[in-house]
Ligand binder design. Structure first.
Ligand code: PMP
Length: 407
């Protein structure tokens, strides 16, 4: 095993509990990850020692709060290898970040222009584009799948000189598949389109280098990477952010305000109207430190180890269907599955009785679930604190569920 799991687990007190008379096995990290003590301590320390509003006060606490808030931005910049801190905007999460990009798209799109997304997108990377298309007369096109993965032939077909935006998830929260977003960015750019990456499911699990990917925008959520809820990031190339109008208006984002007009602060503050989520950004900074210390390549390898261990055991279970790519190397630590003859909600409820927390439903990806012809799926997802024993418990609990329902 690549990671020092017992040391890591000791940082996550929440995992040490009994659920339905069984030790908790938390396999729902694709929905949200647990937070280590280091993140909780950073948030507490901020509120106990430094709490003040940022950017406004000259007093010591305000200066400390501002320094911590901006230090988190620098940590995120380094984490995703943005070339400048001006390119790192704090948002509420991936959803807000993608909504901001789609608002920017409304500045650019003309009737008959095209937006290309994929059928495996999360609702947050579909609905903002539907709205932008409806407002501008642009056309929203979908790339479909082949063998549980993005069909790159279809993608090359759909991305044309009419395409103005391509927006694709780096890792699917249902299929688990890792998409070749670097290659897709190249294709988008060959046609003069702007490349947007939904990084909600990749940033927590693998090294992300936005310059290497050469994407124009990249969205992430703090709560999926051991950080708090209510904080995320929109990365955007500086030249594009300079063209982009602010989304929200008010305090903090202005330079001068006159009776009938106002001017904006420079990047990144032009986009951060109002009092931001200061504690959240500090918690995110602590999460970045925590993950960096473990090492993103090690985290990715750990999840590969878990997949290589559990997949053969799952595939042996009669009546169990797994969605997504066959090859584990093409997959992050996400396994969506169904058991013949059982609704996934019943499966998830039965697993919960064994202390195993998995998610069931459409996973905010209804078009994908429809495309696959399913009512829903169950989904197990891994993170740094999961063990081979957790994998064994999952397999055992699925077998017990089958026996209990007689399927
Ligand atoms: N995209 C993907 C692929 C996701 O998995 C999620 C969260 N389930 C989101 C976007 C939205 O993230 P958030 O709810 O944190 O805004």
């Amino acid at each position: 095993m690549t990671l020092e799991i017992s040391k890591i687990r000791s940082d996550f007190q929440i995992l040490d509990q009994i659920v339905n008379d069984e030790p908790l096995v938390y396999l729902d990290s694709a929905a949200t990850t647990q937070k280590p003590r280091q993140v909780l301590d950073a948030i507490r320390a901020y509120y106990e020692h430094d709490n003040a509003n940022v950017h406004r006060g000259v007093h010591t606490l305000a200066e400390r709060a501002t320094a911590d808030y901006e230090a988190s931005r620098d940590k995120v910049r380094a984490f995703i290898n943005a070339s400048s801190r001006k390119e790192v905007l704090f948002t509420r999460g991936t959803t807000t970040a993608l909504n901001w990009v789609a608002k920017f798209a409304e500045q650019i799109l003309q009737p008959e222009d095209e937006i290309v997304i994929s059928i495996m997108e999360h609702h947050s990377n579909i609905i903002p584009w539907q709205q932008a298309a409806a407002k501008t007369g642009a056309i929203l096109k979908f790339v479909y799948l082949k063998d549980g993965e993005l069909d790159m032939v279809d993608l090359r077909d759909k991305v044309t000189n009419k395409t103005k935006f391509v927006s694709i998830t780096h890792v699917s929260n249902v299929l688990g598949v890792i998409n070749p977003v670097k290659e897709i960015a190249q294709i988008a750019h060959e046609h003069g389109a702007i490349m947007v990456v939904d990084g909600a499911q990749s940033t927590p699990h693998m090294t992300v280098d936005v310059q290497d990917l050469d994407c124009d925008f990249f969205a992430l959520s703090g709560h999926k990477m051991a950080g708090p809820t209510g904080i995320g990031v929109l990365y955007g190339k500086e030249a594009l952010l300079n063209q982009m109008n602010p989304i929200e208006f008010g305090g903090e984002m202005i330079d001068f305000v006159y009776e009938q007009s106002a001017t904006w602060k420079e990047l990144p503050w032009k986009f951060e109207a109002g009092t931001p989520n200061i504690a959240g950004s500090i918690g995110l900074g602590a999460a970045v430190d925590y993950l960096t210390e473990i090492g993103l390549d090690n985290i990715h390898q750990h999840e590969q180890d878990l997949l290589n261990y559990v997949m053969p055991k799952l595939r042996e279970i009669e009546g169990l269907t797994i969605y997504g790519p066959e090859d584990n190397q093409r997959r992050g630590g996400v396994i969506a599955f169904n058991l013949d003859g059982l609704h996934p909600h019943d499966v998830a409820t039965a697993l919960d009785m064994e202390g195993v927390a998995v998610r069931a439903g459409h996973h905010c990806a209804q078009p994908l679930i429809d495309y696959l012809g399913l009512p829903a799926t169950a989904r197990a997802s891994f993170y740094i604190y999961n063990t081979f024993a957790d994998c064994d418990k999952l397999v055992e609990a699925i077998k017990l569920t089958k026996a209990f329902f007689g399927v």
